[in-house]
Every structure is written in C-alpha cells, then in structure tokens.
Design a protein around this ligand. Structure first.
Ligand SMILES: Cc1cc2nc3c(=O)[nH]c(=O)nc-3n(C[C@H](O)[C@H](O)[C@H](O)COP(=O)(O)O)c2cc1C
Length: 172
C-alpha cells in the first residue's frame, strides 16, 4: 500500500509531483494551458498585488533558441510548450509571489497528467538576459523561470522528503 492511499487528492498531487525532464513530443490542449495559467494566478501574493505576467511559448523556433541558450533547459527539445514566469520588481515580494505562482503551475500540470520542470532564470543574469531577448520581455519586468511542459515520457518515482530533524518544536 502506498503512503498516499490515505491522502486526499490535493495531497496526492503535491506528493506525486516530480520534475519531468523527458517529454513525448505530443501536443498539449489549449484549454489545459488556460487551466494551468488560471491556477498560476490563483497563487497568494503580498498585498494581493499579483505582480506577474506569463509568456506562453509554443513556437518551435523560439523553444529551440531557448534550448540552445539555456544550459539547464535542454529538455525543451520535446516540450509542447514552455511558460516563462515574469515579475514586476517594483513589488518588493515579486520573487516570492512569482515562485508561488510557479509552484501552482507545477501542481496544476501534475493534476492534469502533464510533466513540467522549474528551470531557473533569476538570479542568473546571463540566463535571464537570454530569455529577455528571445521572448522580447520589456524592461521593467524580470523573468523568474522557464517551465517546459509536455506529455511526460518518464515517470519519476514519488519521494518522501519528510525529515523530522528539520522540525523544531516551539524553539529551535
Ligand atoms: C529555484 C529552482 C531552480 C531550478 N532550476 C532548475 C534548472 O535550471 N534545471 C532543471 O533541470 N531543474 C531545475 N530545478 C528543479 C530541481 O532540480 C528539482 O526540483 C529538485 O531536484 C527536486 O526534484 P523534484 O522536483 O523531482 O522533487 C529547479 C528548482 C527550483 C526550485
């Protein structure tokens, strides 16, 4: 019996999510992309500022350009799309806000049976610059990460990272 048998669907999704770096090359429905973006925009944000914007990249030439220029995003070759999560640095908590949106994207993908992986742009200036140029991101917006998404061609096993040594009761 898996540990998840006693869990509700939300917890099952959280625990089953793993980074997927191998895709089948199949397409992803547009309605699923909207569902994913709706989940992203449901994330909490400081003062409910929602200081985010999303570039949905489906164009194969652009995906290939990003793949060539981003050393840790080689899995873009068979991704159906990628979402670039961008934030408005005028908002003090933009990184946290956009990270919460990113996690919602990963969980939404998992719940839809799709694979995804967070690949870092911020705070790597060279990677952020490459994404800015390729995706024509205007000054005043910062790309946080790029999330390749697709039909998974691998099944990373669920992991239990729980470590009681990292938990402190009442005081450290
Ligand atoms: C801030 C951040 C940056 C990451 N950057 C990359 C990346 O550039 N390329 C990549 O393949 N994975 C990247 N990852 C994914 C991590 O490697 C992955 O989440 C971690 O190894 C745990 O594995 P899991 O997601 O399967 O649980 C990143 C994750 C985070 C949170």
């Amino acid at each position: 019996m898996s540990q998840n048998d006693s869990m509700n669907p939300t917890l099952q999704t959280i625990h089953a999510r793993r980074s997927v770096r191998l895709f089948s090359g199949e397409d992803v429905y547009e309605k699923d992309v909207e569902t994913i973006l709706r989940a992203a925009m449901a994330a909490p944000s400081a003062r409910n500022n929602q200081p985010w914007a999303f570039v949905v990249v489906r164009d194969r030439t652009k995906l290939n350009t990003l793949r060539e220029q981003l050393p840790y995003a080689k899995m873009l070759d068979k991704a159906a799309l990628a979402i670039c999560v961008c934030g408005d640095p005028e908002h003090r908590h933009w990184v946290e806000d956009c990270s919460a949106a990113t996690q919602n994207i990963l969980l939404a993908c998992q719940s839809l049976g799709l694979g995804a992986v967070w690949t870092a742009l911020y705070p790597e200036a060279d990677r952020a610059a490459a994404a800015r140029t390729a995706l024509e991101i205007p000054q005043g917006w910062e790309p946080l990460c790029l999330i390749p998404i697709g039909v998974s061609a691998q099944s990373p096993k669920e992991r239990d990272n729980y470590d009681p040594a990292k938990v402190h009761a009442d005081v450290w």
